[in-house]
Design a protein. Structure first.
Length: 260
């Protein structure tokens, strides 16, 4: 949408002219009378509306008749319709806000409220276990490991007991969020277990969770089962724990797309 259109409509007198012409064409004199302005002022407003493609002034002998250019208004309508479409991410954001409120209330009542919590995710992935395994253990292929709105700035899972497990997410404004941990067991290409803790602003762990990834061949490629269990938590972990389920759902969706 041309910014000139919005600028032209933002001035009250010009908007009133558009409303007048929406009913029928008017002469310049009729517009002057309707607005109660001087003719030079109205002429300037009409010139602005004309440059924006909203109005055409037709010289008809000694008369000048102003008509509305509805095509430009239809463009504006279509643009506004596009902006007003329901956004699935808006619903996700609202759900996340409610979840943060609930987790914060639970943390205030019991600082250890999340310990022992378990989540499970299952996916059928369109690739053999060896390929899926590579996408979990090859740093260059770990770009899927981020929820919507984030990118992976750094990630590694070293597939050996005691190996490094780390993840750094970047947001569009440059903010970064890190999680660190270690691999506890690895059996390529079938199972991978690790523990990780996201770090707060002070660098201290917000919570620690144990993850178990299982990969089994199936007719479509690979069945992935991911189980995680919260080992320890702090009250400051409420926002991170609230986002754990949707975050992993979105990340695994990205993994499926990367494997397609």
């Amino acid at each position: 949408m041309d910014a000139d259109t919005l600028t032209a409509l933002a001035e009250p007198s010009r908007l009133r002219i558009v409303e007048l012409l929406a009913a029928r064409p008017h002469t310049v004199g009729e517009v002057v009378a309707a607005l109660g302005l001087r003719q030079p002022q109205v002429s300037k407003h009409l010139a602005t509306l004309s440059r924006a493609g909203l109005v055409t002034v037709h010289p008809l002998g000694q008369r000048r008749v102003c008509a509305l250019e509805r095509a430009r208004l239809r463009e504006l309508r279509d643009w506004l319709d596009g902006l007003s479409q329901d956004d699935p991410q808006q619903a996700v954001l609202e759900q996340y806000r409610r979840a943060v409120d609930a987790e914060s209330a639970a943390a205030a009542a019991d600082p250890a409220w999340a310990e022992g919590r378990a989540l499970r995710f299952t996916r059928s992935l369109p690739a053999p276990p060896e390929t899926v395994w590579s996408h979990w253990t090859t740093p260059a292929l770990l770009g899927w490991w981020a929820p919507d709105g984030f990118t992976v700035a750094d990630a590694a899972i070293e597939p050996r007991a005691g190996g490094d497990a780390r993840l750094v997410l970047a947001e569009g404004d440059g903010a970064r969020y890190a999680a660190t941990g270690r691999v506890t067991a690895a059996d390529a290409p079938r199972s991978l277990e690790f523990e990780m803790a996201p770090l707060g602003a002070s660098g201290d762990p917000l919570f620690t969770a144990a993850y178990a990834v299982r990969l089994e061949p199936d007719p479509g490629g690979t069945r992935l089962d991911l189980e995680l269990r919260v080992l320890s938590s702090t009250p400051e972990a409420a926002p991170a724990l609230a986002g754990m389920r949707p975050g992993w759902e979105q990340s695994l969706d990205r993994l499926a797309r990367a494997l397609t």
